[in-house]
Design a protein. Structure first.
Ligand code: CUA
Length: 300
């Protein structure tokens, strides 16, 4: 699973790298035709700006404090913005980390950031996993990890800004390092009570919508959401998320898979659910991710 995920990221970024290289060569070509002076520096800067006037999709915009652990670290002149989902990490269950690097003075993405990540079990000192090189095409990367058991862990993150085009090697010009303590809780078994009503709801997930986007259940129901996540063509992300604000529900939905979650609809009311994993691509509107929302209605 972990291996597959890492390879997946590498392939995506190789593909992106090739298309960026082609695009860059095309730009240089046209710059050469239409202007007398070589403009390679300017061309690089033009590509390093955020798309249009879209705000940076920082953790506060992508997630809510109900569903994610949101932190922001100031590492002058940079900011590392981070969200961990779910808010309380549980042993044996996937935790999704979303890291975003900004340039603080301009509040723009630190484009082409490389991240090196290692996770250490604090009790034993054992280094459990290393992502030697995750490349953020923008300033963002995300990875999924299942902590094997309860207890304190350290998530060490080294990130650096590359200059020039991405070459997928951590050899950046500027390096910052940070250690993030993560306390992993023991898994709790929640057996479904005998005789409880299980409301099974299939949900189709695709870029960029949930179908249905209104879910109605009765208070006390065991809600079983069966997600089928499309293998979309969009290249820059690995899947979507599903989180219900005000409910302790949040899952990462890997593209091309089916996943099921159960929970008890114990609070009546109308709640917003939304995609909790950044999924817009520069080729489309950045707002696509933020528009993946719906209503979860629990009738009293
Ligand atoms: Cu789908 Cu964010």
């Amino acid at each position: 699973m972990l291996k597959h995920y890492t390879i997946n990221i590498s392939l995506i970024h190789i593909a992106v790298g090739i298309s960026m290289a082609v695009f860059g060569v095309a730009l240089l070509f046209f710059a050469g035709i239409f202007s007398l002076a070589p403009q390679s520096t300017h061309i690089h800067q033009a590509m390093a700006q955020p798309v249009g006037d879209f705000p940076i999709p920082d953790a506060m915009r992508m997630f809510t404090n109900n569903t994610a652990l949101i932190k922001r670290f100031s590492l002058d002149p940079y900011i590392l913005d981070m969200a961990i989902l779910p808010k309380s990490v549980v042993a044996g269950q996937s935790a999704l980390f979303v890291l975003n690097a900004f340039h603080k003075p301009t509040m723009t993405w630190l484009w082409h950031t490389d991240y090196s990540i290692y996770i250490t079990d604090v009790k034993t000192g054992q280094k459990l996993v290393v992502f030697p090189n995750l490349h953020g095409h923008g300033g963002m990367v995300q990875f999924e990890y299942k902590f094997p058991s309860a207890g304190p862990y350290n998530v060490g993150i080294i990130f650096g800004q590359q200059t020039g085009s991405p070459n997928f090697i951590v050899e950046p010009k500027v390096i910052r390092q940070i250690n993030i303590p993560v306390n992993v809780a023991a898994a709790q078994s929640s057996p479904i009570p005998k005789g409880a009503h299980v409301e099974v709801i299939p949900i189709k997930v695709q870029s960029w919508k949930f179908t249905p986007n209104i879910i109605t259940v009765k208070r006390g129901d065991i809600v079983r959401l069966v997600f089928t996540t499309a293998q979309d063509e969009v290249e820059l992300y690995n899947g979507h998320g599903f989180g219900i604000e005000g409910y302790n529900v949040n899952v990462f939905l890997l593209k091309g898979t089916q996943q099921t979650i159960d929970f008890v609809a114990d609070k009546p009311g109308t709640y917003t659910f939304r995609c909790t994993s950044f999924c817009s691509s520069p080729e489309a509107a950045l707002e696509n991710h933020f528009n993946m929302t719906g209503k979860f209605i629990v009738q009293a």
